[in-house]
Design a protein around this ligand. Structure first.
Ligand SMILES: [Zn+2]
Length: 109
């Protein structure tokens, strides 16, 4: 089973890759059980979009996979930046992410 640290390392690698492409170094991955089901970097510079936040894009990608309610409860999201109000609002529709987000952020500090 992968650890939270390994997911965060992946997030940081994604963020570093974004920075090398002149993008803001912000990334996010969405995990269901032990599988990464979505990942994204911020695309604000690349696509000239104000709302291309990594967490929003990753959550939207995960949402397209039509998870069951039970699966949504097991989803976890990892990001290298605390959620802005947009993500906080979107993620509150998933029972799992906000709880784990808060717990993970607390543990990793
Ligand atoms: Zn945001």
């Amino acid at each position: 089973m992968k650890t939270e640290e390994s997911y965060m390392r992946q997030v940081l690698d994604l963020a570093a890759g974004a920075m090398q492409q002149d993008e803001f170094p912000i990334a996010s991955i969405v995990v269901l059980d032990d599988e990464i089901i979505a990942q994204a970097t911020t695309s604000e510079q690349r696509e000239k979009r104000f709302l291309g936040h990594a967490e929003l894009v990753a959550l939207e990608e995960a949402d397209k996979q039509r998870l069951s309610f039970a699966e949504r409860g097991r989803v976890r999201i990892f990001a290298n930046l605390e959620p802005c109000l947009f993500e906080a609002y979107v993620a509150r529709h998933e029972p799992g992410p906000m709880r784990d987000w808060a717990e993970t952020l607390t543990r990793l500090r």
